[in-house]
Write a protein of this length. Structure first.
Lengths: 192, 192
DNA sequence: TCTGAATGCAAGCAGGTACTTGCATTCAGA
DNA sequence: TCTGAATGCAAGTACCTGCTTGCATTCAGA
């Protein structure tokens, strides 16, 4: 079983860096320190190995949940978003590659991004509860706020490696600014 | 010259769909309807052709500018963002691929994303002017607002092809919601 | 001690890929 | 009419890639 685990881990890492075609079976075997033939005996084909590795890498990572009853909204949202940011960042390579290769393998991108969809649903539930309690203006567009927060966190996590030094602020600082701005926008009733 | 243009266009399209390794010289020649040898005689190598094609595709597209003197902010921002959205969307394939292959060719991603950086600078200038005129709260974080708007527009443009049907609203509707929410957040002074 | 499953190693196969060479064809401009 | 540049065509080279085969080695469990 150790061989399987090593192969899956190495394959996911190589896929994130080099894409499907760039992840050759020879390179996988060499990086994992095992013989190429063993790879085929274990998984049958390159495709099987890659699909399993990508799925495993997409799923791992903790999913934080926002409280059922909203309290200190800024604090709760910031700490939740920071965790979510870390989860995305640890998978940023895989997500980038799956998105780029969506046209060749359409099933992978939704799988890799599923964490984001779950987070969005959780966020909408939280906003809905806050709105029901009058903590958010009744006419506020919580949908827009949710999308913007998710997108901002997602983009920050994805581009922080690609553009080093471009962001003078830490993720925590940026997220705090985002959340405070959104809460201000959601709190003021009827500007439209 | 017609041969060069055809090769560059086809190459950019294939690269957006299949990535660097997937864009083979045979495929380029076939799709362009010319002989593979001609490709090498014109560009010398696959690398030269691809770099030139990607650069050309990254640069094209109109750059709208926000007014020097902010007026009807929501209207101005929405129409500007909608144009920006269209520009990004027309290059979404190239951008996705360049981002994914950033680790192998680090120079391409910043090049493909340069339009976004320019747009962000323009937006910050506009927000700064609005703030100087008192149209935005003095303590509002225009930096956070700018990032969020750029990110939201970028993400919408990038994922609209990948997740068809996932967004019930049109780009214009989403952008309008984003802008109105942000303006509300920027207008209310001192919530922190 | 024996057995069988997992693994390693060397070699090879068929097809793809970047790129080259040699020669024939077209065709616009002098 | 001649010339030269651009292009096409057929073939080939060296290397890569997924995958297979045959055989030797290790090693835990009966």
């Amino acid at each position: 079983m150790a061989t399987r685990e090593a192969l899956l881990d190495v394959t996911a890492r190589l896929y994130a860096e080099h894409g499907w075609r760039g992840t050759t079976t020879r390179r996988i075997a060499e990086a994992a320190g095992i013989n190429e033939v063993t790879l085929f005996r274990q998984f049958g084909s390159k495709e099987t190995l890659l699909l399993e590795a990508i799925q495993q890498a997409s799923c791992e990572g903790e999913a934080t949940r926002l409280p059922d009853v909203p309290g200190a909204m800024v604090d709760e949202l910031v700490s939740w978003a920071v965790t979510h940011h870390g989860t995305i960042r640890s998978k940023s390579g895989i997500i980038r590659t799956c998105l780029a290769e969506w046209e060749q393998r359409p099933g992978l991108a939704p799988q890799a991004c599923s964490g984001g969809a779950v987070a969005f649903i959780d966020l909408m539930r939280y906003f809905g509860a806050a709105q029901a309690r009058g903590m958010i203006a009744a006419d506020a567009s919580i949908e827009a706020a949710g999308m913007m927060l998710i997108n901002a966190v997602f983009m920050d996590a994805m581009t922080r490696d690609v553009m080093p030094g471009a962001q003078p602020h830490s993720p925590e600082e940026m997220i705090t600014m985002y959340v405070e701005l959104l809460i201000r926008g959601l709190g003021q009733p009827g500007a439209a």
